[in-house]
Write a protein that binds this ligand. Structure first.
Ligand code: AMP
Length: 117
């Protein structure tokens, strides 16, 4: 169940500032407030979905395609399309999901090492 009491909902509504790099009708991208590498941008859905599983289950196919097309476009804008980047989606407690509004992390700008550890 989506709960509007989360920080990304407020960013979508402009109630909390964000350093936006891109937006369209399905996605909004902005810099993470606590970057974990040189380039760390979040792409969030405009639709109200809690996580990846919810997004895939609830969103129409054209919205899913448009969202991930936007993610690829943002990676290009950030200059990490060819240098390489990592896409990260935390879903649920074991993944440490902090904000329960669907989002993708784009990580790059430097060598990231192997996987998670
Ligand atoms: P996750 O663990 O995938 O839910 O990650 C949520 C991310 O949101 C974390 O990397 C936070 O640093 C980031 N974050 C939280 N509040 C803000 C904010 N106001 N502006 C930008 N990023 C934020």
């Amino acid at each position: 169940m989506y709960n509007k009491d989360n920080v990304f909902y407020k960013i979508l509504r402009g109630e909390i500032p964000s350093k936006r790099v891109y937006e369209d009708d399905v996605a909004v991208a902005f810099y993470d407030i606590e970057p974990c590498c040189r380039i760390h941008v979040l792409v969030i859905s405009r639709g109200l979905y809690t996580n990846f599983a919810d997004f895939v289950a609830q969103a129409p196919g054209h919205e899913i395609k448009s969202f991930f097309t936007a993610v690829a476009h943002v990676a290009d804008i950030l200059g990490v399309k060819d240098s390489g980047h990592r896409l990260l989606m935390n879903s649920g407690p074991d993944a440490g999901q902090e904000v329960e509004h669907f989002h993708v992390h784009i990580l790059g700008g430097e060598p990231l090492g192997k996987k998670l550890k």
